[in-house]
Design a protein around this ligand. Structure first.
Ligand code: PLP
Length: 390
């Protein structure tokens, strides 16, 4: 199917190089990596290489990498481990704009498990309220979990600074780097984070494979009790083919990091400036000075994001809206609400998230599609009169 795919924060195309790397292990090399014979260890060797490649992308060591099934599993495993390591501590800190993998887990722990949870607010540009965060830290805090970069706006949080403060106070620090990985440099040693989640399907590996980094020395308990796999922390025969794919994807992500911050960023900026200058009453959500290079969250006043998506879909353009669509609601997402984005533009927000597979021609098609589409929707909108929002 011919599509213009600009929804890479939702998921990505599996890179051809990744598919090629995986295929022999789907067919010919089917041995169990734990077997004693050479045929099995062919796979074992490949998994060790993949672990090294994942570690290399974030400047960790292979022993610090646990393979999991998704970013959500990595996030849950990290937080549950933190809680069980400090059973006497009953306070948790996160932000108001996390992905549901953290947000809903923290709400559950607060509502059902007796934890006191601080959801640190953000300002209108999506920047973290550091005073509230630092004032909330206490001896009772078991873990702080903050996303490295926001999936909707791309806004980047000051992870190194917060990790250092957490370290000074002796509080475990986890970061959900599912969106940051492969888009900005990540160095777990330089930043000093204790745990970090990343997910394969956001970086051109298949869906269903991810990783959790756990800093050496942390007494991380087993979360799938079974065999000796993943150093006994996550038992169960490995998802060999996908892990091999994740390794390759991490190698490519490292190679492509510069491309992401030059070519992809330029495309995003080009799309943004054309949309802002050619469609009136349009605004960008989030801190444009400190954002992922591939992400654009843009609000069109007086129209519904879902209607825009439908009109773009007719041209094969894939993007996301800024509504809380996962909950079946057309309300703006919790991220846009936390940022207090005015209702008029929050409702008409679209997220474009690019990859190095996108082209300038595709950006032109998006703009040429949106100019008449937004105009048409505004003609029908009860909130639009005489060229402006009423
Ligand atoms: N964290 C963030 C910031 C995300 O954007 C996502 C997915 O969109 C996840 C976690 C969950 O990752 P997965 O889909 O691999 O469970």
């Amino acid at each position: 199917m011919d599509v213009i795919y600009t929804d890479n924060n939702a998921t990505t195309k599996v890179a051809n190089e990744v598919i090629e790397e995986m295929l022999p292990y789907l067919g010919e090399f089917y041995g169990n990596p734990s077997s004693m014979y050479t045929f099995g260890d062919e796979v074992g060797k490949k998994i060790r290489q993949a672990r090294q490649k994942v570690a290399d992308l974030i400047n960790a060591t292979p022993e610090e990498i646990i393979f999991t099934s998704c970013g959500t599993e990595s996030d849950n495993a990290a937080i549950n481990a933190a809680i069980s390591m400090y059973p006497e501590k009953k306070h948790l800190i996160t932000s108001a704009v996390e992905h549901p993998a953290i947000k809903n887990l923290f709400s559950y722990l607060g509502d059902r498990k007796g934890f006191r949870v601080t959801f640190v607010p953000v300002d209108t540009k999506g920047r973290l309220d550091l005073d509230t965060l630092y004032n909330a830290m206490s001896e009772d805090t078991a873990v702080i979990s903050l996303m490295w970069a926001n999936n909707e706006t791309g806004v980047i949080f000051p992870i190194e600074e917060v990790a250092q403060k957490a370290r000074e106070k002796g509080i475990l620090f986890h970061t959900d780097a599912v969106q940051a990985t492969g888009k900005i440099p990540i160095d777990v040693q330089a930043t000093g984070v204790d745990m970090l989640s990343l997910s394969g399907h956001k970086i051109h590996a298949p869906k269903g494979v991810a990783a959790l980094y756990v800093k050496k020395g942390i007494k991380f308990p087993a979360f799938l009790i079974g065999g000796h796999q993943e150093s006994g922390r996550r038992g169960g025969t490995e998802n060999t083919v996908s892990i091999i794919g994740l390794g390759k994807a991490c190698e490519l992500a490292k190679e492509n990091l510069e491309l992401m911050n030059t070519q992809v960023k330029e495309l995003r900026d080009y799309l943004e400036s054309r949309l802002l200058s050619e469609i009136p009453a349009t605004s960008v959500n989030g801190d444009t000075k400190n954002r992922l290079p591939n992400t654009l969250s843009i609000g069109f006043d007086a129209v519904e994001g879902e209607s825009i998506l439908m009109l773009m879909d007719r041209k094969g353009i894939c993007a996301s809206s800024g509504s809380a669509c996962t909950s079946g609601s057309l309300d703006p997402s919790h991220v846009l609400m936390a940022m207090e984005v005015p209702f008029k533009s929050a409702h008409g927000t679209i997220r474009f998230s690019l990859s190095h597979y996108n082209t300038k021609e595709e950006m032109d098609v998006i703009v040429e599609t949106l100019i008449p589409a937004i105009d048409k929707l505004r003609q029908m909108s009860p909130f639009w009169k005489d060229g402006k929002m009423i």
